[in-house]
Structures are given as C-alpha cells and as structure tokens.
Design a protein around this ligand. Sequence first.
Ligand SMILES: *Cc1c(COP(=O)(O)O)cnc(C)c1O
Length: 395
Amino acid sequence: MTVRKGREFLAIPGPTTVPDEVLNAAHRPAVDIYEGDLVDVTQSCLADLRKVFRTEGRSYIYAANGHGAWEAALTNVLSRGDKVLVLASGLFGPAWGEMAKMLDIEVEHLGGDWRRAIDPDAVEARLRADREGEIKAVLVVQVDTASSIVNDISAIGQAIRNAGSGALFMVDAIASLATMPFEMDAWGIDVAVTGSQKGLMMPPGLSFVAAGERARSAHQTANLRTQYWDWTFRDGPVHYHKYCGTPPEHQLFAMRKALDLLLTEGLENAIERHRILAGAVHAAVRRWAEAGALEFNVAAPDDRARSVTTVLVNGGRDPESIRAYCREKCGVVIGVTIGDLDGRGFRIAHMGHVNAPMILGTLGVVETSLNALAIPHGRGGVQAAIDVLAESVSP
Ligand SMILES: *Cc1c(COP(=O)(O)O)cnc(C)c1O
C-alpha cells in the first residue's frame, strides 16, 4: 500500500518548486529577439536583480546553471597565475576553486570543516600575513547546500577590510539569495553569483552575476576574459549581446514572473518566511535527534542555513531507506547527502516557493518514515514544528 497519489512534492535543495504562475508565464509563443516585449523584460529583470542582490552595481543574466555563473565571475576579474583564497565549508566552495584551477588560477584553501562555519578571524589572520598582496580574491559560499552551513558574509567582508587586503570579495549566494539577508554593497562584496532554481523559484537554466565598482575595475585588466561571459560585451547597447546570442526567451518570461512574485511578497517578508519555516524544521530535527540515531550535521544553531537542513543518520542505518519510504510510499522527495557526507544522511530543503503545509507535510512524512522503519527518534517532531509556527505567526 502507498499514500503517494496526487502531486509529488519535491523537497530537494534545488531545483525547488516552481510556482504554477511561473510555469505558465513561460508557456507562450516565441517572440522577436530584437525589439518589443522581450527587450523590456531584459531591462526590468536586470534592474530587479540589482534590488535582490542589494547593489548599485551591474547585473548579468547567463543562459547557464550556477557553474556557468562561477566561471563568469572568475574569468571577468582574474588573470592567469593569480592566487585566490577559497573558504571551504562543504562541497561548493572547493568546487568553485577546482574550476579556478582549470583556469590556471592558483588556489589556497582555508577552513575545510564540514560541520562548522568559516571563522572570520582566521580569514583576517591569513590576509594580514599576505603582505605582498598575492591573494587577488576571496571566494566563499554563503550557504553550502551540501553541509547546510551558513557563513557570516558580513563578518568575512569586515575581516577582509580589517586586514587591509585588496583582494576582491566573491560570494556564491546560489542557495541563499532571497532566503536570508544578503547585502552586496553594504557588506563590501565585489562579485556575487546566484542561480535561478533555488530561492528564486525559477526553472533551472539561468544564472545571475552582479559586479561592483572594484570588480569592474579589475575587469579592465583581467586576461581570462572570454566573449561568452564578458561583461564589457554584454554591457553594450545591443540586446542580442546581453545574452551573447539568442536570449533564453521562455526562461526570461518565467524569470519576470518569479521576480514579480518575490517583489510583491517583499524581499524582507520572503526572508522572514524562510526564517520561520527554517525554525520549524530545526525544531523537528532537534526533537528527532533526542534518541541519538539522527543528528544535525551543523553543530552550532547559528551556523545552520535557513534554506536547507542536512540530517545525519547514525549507527550504521541506511538513510536511503528513509528517502525511499518518503518517495515511494508518501510522494515526498527529500535530498541525498553529497560529497564527504555521501550516504550518511538526508537533506530537507526549505527554500523558495515553500509554505507551512509544504513544510509540515514534509516533516510529517519524514516522521512517518521514522516510525514505519523503527528508527529511534524523539517523538513529536511535527508538534515541535507546529509550536514554532504558532509562536512565530501571530493571528
Ligand atoms: C546548486 C549550487 C551550486 C551549483 O549550481 P548549478 O546550477 O547546479 O550549477 C553552486 N553553489 C551552491 C551553493 C549551490 O547550492
């Protein structure tokens, strides 16, 4: 017997649920690429991206996934032989670093703990020791989607300034933008990257980069530039050049609608919604963890992301049985653990187009699986989540 009929619910950390309005917005005939509607959509999307990144800098739209945005960021501001400091707190910082290595950029890692956020003091100390100014950029991920660690981007920006370093501050906000505060200009971020398919509620396939003043000045001398990613080329007046070719039209119509949804809700309200829903998820996991078989991957509550939660399954139990039960029996797809945590647990996403029933439903199904599979857990995880919601959401 199963109880999975009906709409399957996807609770993996990207792609996330795409609202029906966004899907419908893409469902229209192709249009002219040189004039008309599409040109206005481009202009308004570029302007709204700046609002979401919280920057007065420039924004760029790429027909590429997040990895494309990483490459765009690196090639536009760096040169062969430059050295970068990669702050590692999971899978994605080092993966960005691997991409830099293939571009002939020298990579040094700092951190590397999958259970603890980057220590800004350690960043400051390392940059102070860089008296020759060899480190040209600091690369960090705000939320590492594999570990579910959130790094304190504001404090790391302050550490870079305290050290008197001239390094560019480059931040991956792919799994965090629109789910928690992100202040590109106020935090001294020079280059920010994000993707369409996480907090921004769009289909996968687009990614976005924002560049501040210092990044644009580094761009003038960067020798890794290639035409497809190049900011100068895209800055020109020709609409076709904004995408270095045919615009991804249907994706752009979907993007326009997703930004409308986000800005109508209000960025601050979306962030507060994520804070509350994350609190509910964390309350449930805290309760389940009381019996010892389950555990938060991230030790300190302050280091836990508001968009995804990585749960470890201890005692030689197979996390796949939990995922399979949720998916096959109940119609909820939760995420696998990846990288160093491969096979060690599961991930619950709470990012983007999510509301109370989606979160309570997901938690309820996970708790059902723990009961059905006789995995020891503290009882009442869903009740704990309900308590958080009832306290946080006033009548
Ligand atoms: C998903 C993700 C990426 C990679 O994005 P793709 O679209 O899969 O290329 C990079 N960084 C973080 C933090 C992510 O969550």
